[in-house]
Design a protein around this ligand. Structure first.
Ligand SMILES: [Zn+2]
Length: 349
């Protein structure tokens, strides 16, 4: 009982301090693009992104993540400061986002999963979607061996998708509701099975899946990761900083500490070598991390690490568990409303 009262008192002191303290916000984008199928809502269109940047200029104080972290280290968080970040390292960050950021003179940090740079493959989640949620027929039966375990699925009528069905399902997003077809439930099940796997094992399953589907391996132009030439171009100039998103985009908490540290160190070294710039920030893939990940991020020499916990940054925030807010594909007006709410945000603890 006393414990509970004490806990409540501490919480309200914390809330009081937060209310009186300056708040900043770190925004998390992935892609600036318009694609047909986007189940995880990773895309914001160029038009909407330009509107977001305009809003940021008008009602916030856009600064770089590095500046925000430096200010935080000195015990001051600039009020209404907003840092823009991108996860993964899609080529559209260079071709579409960068020119707009330059137009509005707004800095950004792009967290790159270095193992995907220059690969002739899409990120595995895009490849999975491109294989299963596309127009056309798939074989009716699927057998896969995943991590030594055999799985079997039957697609039934969903093996054949007409143009009409494809169009109908195109806007489907993962929102916790029941999947609308057997293809969608297979997609979700495989996504869940593949996510915690190590890269080698995941790649083997993706190869088997592609052989089964008969879908050609191609990096569809809108969905590809940065190439080796594009990476330094992205970092060029004063506005964009490259941060690390590890090498293989693993589920960090599923890896032993030694491998977590290795993922961080190797990615940092690769990105520094290819951009010629220091890489001082990290974003945990899928926002997934454990106590050892936080320790490893410090040990690997990063100044900060971003999570995907939705909250503001304030003086009491942990620099190695910096909260971020994911941005949806909404127009400027809706974004402005959301941003104002976020800057006055009170996390319910
Ligand atoms: Zn990611």
């Amino acid at each position: 009982m006393i414990r509970e009262i004490l806990h409540r008192v501490l919480l309200s002191i914390d809330r009081y301090r937060r209310r009186r303290s300056a708040r900043a916000l770190v925004l998390a984008y992935h892609r600036i693009a318009a694609v047909e199928v986007d189940p995880w809502e990773l895309c914001v269109t160029a038009e909407h992104f330009a509107e977001h940047l305009d809003v940021l200029q008008q009602i916030a104080h856009p600064i770089s993540l590095r500046e925000l972290v430096q200010a935080h280290k000195e015990g001051r968080v600039p009020d209404r400061a907003v840092a823009v970040t991108f996860d993964d390292g899609y080529a559209d960050n260079l071709h579409t986002a960068k020119p707009l950021l330059e137009q509005y003179t707004i800095p950004a940090t792009v967290f790159v999963a270095s193992g995907y740079v220059g690969q002739k493959r899409e990120f595995w989640w895009d490849e999975l979607g491109g294989t299963l949620l596309r127009l056309g027929a798939l074989p009716e039966q699927l057998t896969l061996s995943i991590n030594g375990e055999d799985f079997q699925w039957a697609l039934g009528e969903a093996a054949e998708w007409s143009e009409g069905e494809y169009q109908n399902f195109r806007g489907w997003i993962v929102d916790g509701r029941e999947a609308p077809s057997l293809r969608h439930s297979l997609y979700l099940e495989l996504h869940q099975l593949l996510q915690p796997l190590r890269e080698v094992e995941r790649r083997k399953v993706m190869d088997d899946l592609r052989a089964w589907s008969g879908v050609e391996l191609d990096t569809r132009p809108p969905s590809r990761p940065l190439s080796l030439d594009e990476l330094p171009s992205l970092a060029q100039g004063e506005l964009i900083e490259v941060g690390s998103h590890t090498v293989t985009h693993p589920f960090l908490s599923a890896l032993p500490e030694r491998l977590q540290l290795d993922e961080m160190r190797r990615s940092k070294a690769f990105l520094e070598e290819h951009t010629g710039r220091p890489v001082t920030s990290l974003a945990y893939p899928y926002g997934n991390y454990a106590k050892e990940s936080v320790k490893s991020a410090r040990e690997a020499g990063f100044d900060c690490a971003c999570s995907t916990v939705v909250d503001c940054v304030w003086r009491g925030s942990d620099r190695y568990q910096l909260p971020r807010a994911g941005v949806e594909n909404v127009d400027g007006e809706a974004f402005a409303k959301w941003l104002s709410q976020m800057l006055n945000y009170e996390m319910i603890t």
